[in-house]
Design a protein around this ligand. Structure first.
Ligand code: BES
Ligand code: MN
Ligand code: MN
Length: 452
């Protein structure tokens, strides 16, 4: 029986099984959901067992467990290691959802739920593709699964697991579906991810909140100061002003940039989709370059002072912000964090105190387009989409991918099937049925070509 026929005959069950996963609020960021995250790990394990994956088990960590399983056919055959994550982002703000985030619903041919695309819907394609290959006796090589529960909070405990389990994880390639394609009629393979440095800053002025009339004008207002400091982190060309920030940045050759510019992109559609009248970013770079091969600095949240109903006249004692820096190849996350700290302290006026707390980070990643893994993915997608996929670099981060390369010596093939418009991390996250089933159809072909 071929893959398409198997999908056709089992597609309702595939969706029901995915829906059970999507009903679990496996929010790794919030300890309130601990039981739900753990239950989700067990459901993933059960799903692996059910399709004939052996040694399916949870590996405990200091945080959430890693679900592992394997099907080894022969030590003479290559091994594909599948990575994915069963945790999801918090669904907030809840009132912007048109349906419940953890009550999956199909509308317009799309599955709506938190995690539908990132990453439950995507890693589950691999589970179903494995089911098909095992059931139809067409699994051409060994397969291993490593599905973690802390990707959305920085994969901190996966690092130790990887370092301590190198032989368990020995493989020839890592295959990941946690990224996207350009469009449903324009397949692409991700060949680069950005790195990340993330800090939280606290600016303290006076020791207590003050009357803004009695003290205003005479004492530093930490919110005003924080805004000014943040504003100064970009210059008039939208370049980041932190000394040394660009020192290690990999500059692409004119040839590479020209190749990138060939990927289909409509500025008009982009603006229309986001309802903006203009784009914004670093001088001398295109929108596509700004969101993939260039580093960034963005405030992700900022707060302080009085934000309830009505007006309160107050100068707050403290102001806060969460700041992310997306990094490109050769920039080191730890070094960039240090440069930020040094600079942010240096630009603070004497009238305030600054405290900086670094969060999780990770390095950027690039993969070649001429190795066995990329070629297998390219052939597989070409067969199912009827078009050769375009290699693209994305602006997102999967910090653990660079670590896989460092610790396991393995390249990761980022063969994702999501769309930028799937609203991952946003309200109304969704994943197209087309994309879900196209993924299940494509994955066995990757295995076939990789084993050839
Ligand atoms: N799957 C995403 C990353 C992604 C999405 C890459 C789409 C390319 C295209 C992943 O789950 C994610 O959200 N990563 C975080 C980093 C993490 C440390 C929280 C990110 O990029 O913000
Ligand atoms: Mn993801
Ligand atoms: Mn994510």
């Amino acid at each position: 029986m071929n893959t398409l026929k198997y999908i056709e005959e089992n597609k309702d069950r595939f969706l029901n099984e995915l829906f059970e996963l999507l009903r679990q609020p496996s929010i790794s960021a919030n300890p309130k959901y601990k039981e739900d995250v753990l239950r989700t790990a067990n459901i993933v394990k059960d799903n692996l067992e059910k399709i004939g994956i052996e040694k399916a088990q949870l590996y405990e960590t200091k945080g959430y467990p890693i679900v592992y399983g394997e099907k080894i056919i022969s030590n003479d055959l290559p091994t594909v290691l599948i990575y994915g994550h069963y945790d999801v982002q918090p669904p907030d703000p809840l009132d912007l959802w048109d349906s419940e985030p953890f009550n999956p619903e199909i509308r317009d041919g799309k599955i709506y739920a938190r995690g539908a695309c990132d990453d439950k819907g995507q890693f589950f394609m691999h589970v179903k593709a494995a089911e098909i290959m095992i059931a139809t006796n067409t699994l051409p090589c060994n397969i291993k699964f490593m599905i973690e529960g802390e990707e959305e909070v920085g994969s901190e405990n996966l690092e130790e697991f990887v370092i301590n389990n190198k032989s368990l994880l020995s493989a020839d390639v890592i295959l990941i579906s946690d990224t996207g394609i350009i469009a449903n009629d324009t397949p692409s393979i991700t060949t680069g991810l950005r790195g990340l440095s993330y800090v939280e800053v606290e600016v303290t002025g006076p020791n207590r909140d003050l009357h803004s009339g009695l003290y205003g004008g005479a004492v530093a207002n930490p919110i005003n100061i924080l805004c000014k400091m943040i504003a100064s982190l970009h210059d008039e060309n939208k370049k980041i002003t932190i000394p040394g920030f660009y020192d290690a940045v990999e500059e692409l050759s004119e040839e590479e940039r020209a190749l990138m510019a060939k990927a289909p992109f409509s500025l008009e559609k982009y603006q229309e989709e986001l309802q903006i009248n203009d784009v914004y970013g670093e001088k001398s770079f295109s929108t596509m370059e700004r969101n993939s091969i260039r580093p960034t600095l963005d405030v992700n949240g900022i707060w302080g002072g009085y934000i309830e109903e009505g007006a309160k006249t107050v100068i707050a004692s403290k102001a806060y912000a969460k700041i992310s820096m997306r990094l490109v190849p050769n920039q080191k996350s730890d070094e960039i964090t240090k440069l930020f700290e040094k600079h942010f302290e240096a630009i603070a006026p004497k009238s305030v105190k600054v405290k900086i707390t670094p969060h999780h980070g990770g390095e950027a990643y690039v993969s070649p387009t001429n190795d066995k893994g990329y070629i297998a993915a390219s052939k597989a997608m070409e067969e199912t989409f009827g078009k050769k996929p375009i290699p693209i670099r994305t602006g997102g981060s999967i910090p653990i991918v660079a670590l896989f390369e460092k610790e396991l010596g393995l390249k990761s093939i980022l063969m994702g099937f999501g769309l930028d418009s799937d609203a991952i991390h946003s309200p109304n996250e969704h994943y197209g049925l087309f994309n879900f089933f196209k993924g299940i159809e494509t994955i066995p072909l990757f295995f076939k070509h990789f084993s050839e």
